[in-house]
Design a protein around this ligand. Structure first.
Ligand SMILES: Nc1ncnc2c1ncn2[C@@H]1O[C@H](COP(=O)(O)OP(=O)(O)OP(=O)(O)O)[C@@H](O)[C@H]1O
Ligand SMILES: [Mg+2]
Length: 336
């Protein structure tokens, strides 16, 4: 029987795995919980459940940080659990297509290959696809024939801004701003304005619900700890405070787009101007980001339906469509 094939987008907060066998994408928190510094306790969404709530002897963490693998051993453990789950408890010999960021070192890139090779997931073939190229395919862009495609992926720890042309990457920058920075900005603003400490999950909820709250004209209701009294309290937070808190991070992203555009060969400008920016990644959905981007760059901003899965959906195209096989490459032996 032919090997099964998986496509992996190893995000900082979410791991996405495309499974050829049933043509589905699994999305889980890329998180592991360890008890007493050594015993494996939980993984994925259930580890995230414990995050910020567990007693001190259970530590939940993300093995990917700023888009690269920071904790190899835990990432290997996690990958094996996820692949095992998707495979119904018995992993078959499989081929793996993994998406890698472009603006990282060769050693960091190679770590994605080594991870799959060393995770005991019966890898027969391991291929690499640049994340932005996979994103483009996932967004249904004809990346192989377009001359000048601007893709902005706003994730959890990072935002990747890339220019593609004819199936390859012309320029790419990875900056350390994403959904986490948005959450932190919300926490800081609420602490400064209301002397109220809120948790990361609460801030994330406010961010995700912001658009709906604005539409309904309602404030965000949060629970936290009053810094002065030390007691838990409930507070109403006006949405304007939240949206103002986010502007600085939005501008950092927009500035990096402008820098990339300044460095883009002028011959590619026509297509970029014609098509605009393709905005994706989970945190790209935050209220006002697309609007501010459009205003500040003068470019049309295309948003997409399922931005968390766009890289994994792109990998699925590489896996299924021979036409796109050429965007995947092997790094076996590279850098050694
Ligand atoms: N509806 C929403 N509105 C705003 N933000 C959202 C929404 N849904 C998810 N997010 C944010 O998207 C982020 C996760 O997105 P994604 O899965 O693309 O990141 P990642 O791939 O794990 O991170 P990275 O690309 O930095 O490694 C989180 O910060 C989450 O809060
Ligand atoms: Mg990502």
């Amino acid at each position: 029987m032919a090997n099964n094939i998986f496509g992996i987008d190893l995000g900082t907060s979410n791991i996405k795995i495309y499974n050829r066998a049933d043509d589905s994408v699994m999305v889980e928190k890329n998180m592991i919980a360890i008890e007493n510094k050594k015993t494996f306790f939980a993984y994925g969404d259930s580890a995230f459940e414990m995050y910020e709530k567990a007693p001190g002897n259970i530590v939940a963490s993300y093995p990917v940080s700023n888009g690269v693998i920071a904790d190899i051993k835990n990432m290997e453990t996690l990958l094996k659990y996820f692949i095992n789950d998707i495979s119904g408890g018995s992993i078959k010999p499989s081929d793996y297509y993994v998406a890698v960021p472009t603006d990282v070192t060769e050693v960091e890139k190679r770590a994605f290959y080594d991870l799959i090779k060393d995770a005991n997931v019966k890898a027969k073939k391991i291929m690499v696809v640049e994340k932005a190229v996979a994103d483009g395919l996932g967004l249904d862009i004809d990346v192989k024939n377009s001359q000048g495609v601007l893709i902005v992926n706003v994730g959890y720890d990072t935002t990747e801004v890339s220019i593609l042309s004819l199936g390859g990457i012309v320029l790419s920058r990875l900056i350390k701003v994403g959904g986490l920075k948005f959450d932190e900005a919300i926490r800081t603003a609420i602490r400064n304005e209301y002397s109220l400490l809120i948790g990361g999950k609460t801030a994330e909820k406010v961010k995700v619900n912001l658009r709906e709250l604005e539409k309904a004209g309602k404030p965000a209701v949060v629970y936290g700890r009053d810094i002065v009294s030390g007691l838990p309290v409930e507070r109403e937070i006006p949405t304007a405070l939240v949206s103002n808190a986010l502007i600085e991070s939005f501008n950092t992203i927009i500035d990096s787009i402008k820098v990339i555009l300044e460095r883009t060969p002028p011959e590619l400008g026509a297509d970029i101007y014609k098509h605009g920016v393709y905005l994706t990644g989970g945190a790209s959905q935050v209220s006002h980001l697309a609007g501010l981007m459009q205003k500040s760059t003068g470019l049309k901003v295309n948003v997409c339906e399922n931005p968390i899965e766009s890289v994994a959906r792109g990998l699925s195209k590489v896996i299924k469509d021979d036409n796109y096989k050429s965007v995947a490459y092997s790094i076996e032996g590279m850098g050694r």
